[in-house]
Design a protein around this ligand. Structure first.
Ligand SMILES: [Zn+2]
Length: 288
């Protein structure tokens, strides 16, 4: 892929609209293109509670500062780009999976590679899925998404000797029954670097400081440490820095209707200021 590209229903890659800098953002969970073969049991409005709705749009200023933004168009509950291919729940399937599985705690919570439960705890399917169905979701959505992000980060790393990656998400304002923090109100932003392993500490600290200066509360690795995307791409010893950024949904939308609320415009503006600050940060670090 080159320039700004789209695979319909799968991904959109927003190329820099200014000289390219060593900053890449990805939004794996904001897709709204529901495939005809999803066959979910709960109403669409319930299934959509899995989305990080609006996240790619909220970060839309990133290409203007020279960053690249990779956006998933497929729904997160259909196949989750922020899970490993081994994180499949055997309970979902009507037969054996042909490769070894290593289900994680996310699968135990019903939210592995293919979600078994909707956000309200109800079963996502009224039947077992065929292995070929899951394989098709992986091949049509998960693999191209990872290939596009891998290629983008590799090209940036080759050109600049470093790659700074923000994995963009949003989170419910309060932990639900199946989260690690049930009933607890979250900070406005939760930064996840898998306990300091996926990026230079200065990157996490810079984002925390910048966002706090805008008046937001920030927590680090609590309750979200970062999952598959920052784990795959964060190798700070090689100059590859990945940070997960979770934004509290009530800052910008009504969690039930998914409609933008009065805070949306301010948050979008502040994320524009954040990517400007990040552009200065990554140029600064690059010439040091
Ligand atoms: Zn997410």
């Amino acid at each position: 892929m080159s320039g700004s590209d789209e695979i319909p229903g799968v991904l959109r890659r927003h190329a820099p609209r200014a000289p390219a800098i060593a900053l890449v953002l990805d939004s794996p969970h904001s897709g709204e293109a529901y495939p005809d073969d999803f066959d979910h049991a709960p109403p669409r409005a319930i299934v959509r509670q899995a989305e990080d709705t609006h996240v790619a749009r909220l970060w839309r200023h990133a290409p203007a500062v020279g960053a690249t933004l990779v956006e998933a168009l497929f729904p997160r509950a259909y196949v989750d780009a922020n899970r490993s291919l081994a994180d499949i729940d055997p309970e979902l399937l009507d037969g054996p999976w042909p490769e070894p599985l290593v289900p994680s705690r996310k699968t135990a919570q019903g939210i592995g590679l293919v979600w078994r439960l909707a956000r309200d705890g109800s079963p996502m399917y009224a039947r077992r899925l065929r292995a070929e169905e899951v394989r098709a979701r992986i091949d049509r959505c998960w693999r191209p998404y990872h290939a596009a992000l891998d290629a983008t980060l590799d090209a940036i790393h080759r050109a600049h000797g470093a790659a700074w990656h923000i994995d963009c998400h949003s989170m419910p304002a309060v932990g639900d029954a199946r989260s690690d923090d049930p009933g607890r109100e979250r900070a406005d932003f939760v930064l996840g670097d898998r306990d300091g392993t996926t990026c230079a500490p200065s990157f996490t600290e810079f984002v925390a400081r910048t966002v706090r200066a805008m008046g937001y509360s920030v927590a680090i690795n609590d309750p979200y440490k970062g999952v598959e995307l920052v784990r795959r791409h964060g190798r700070p010893a090689e100059g590859r820095h990945s940070l997960q950024v979770e934004i509290k949904r009530t800052l910008y939308m009504d969690e039930a209707t998914l409609q933008p609320n009065a805070g949306y415009t301010r948050l979008e503006h502040d994320l524009g200021r954040l990517v400007e600050a990040l552009a200065a940060f990554v140029s600064d670090v690059a010439i040091r």
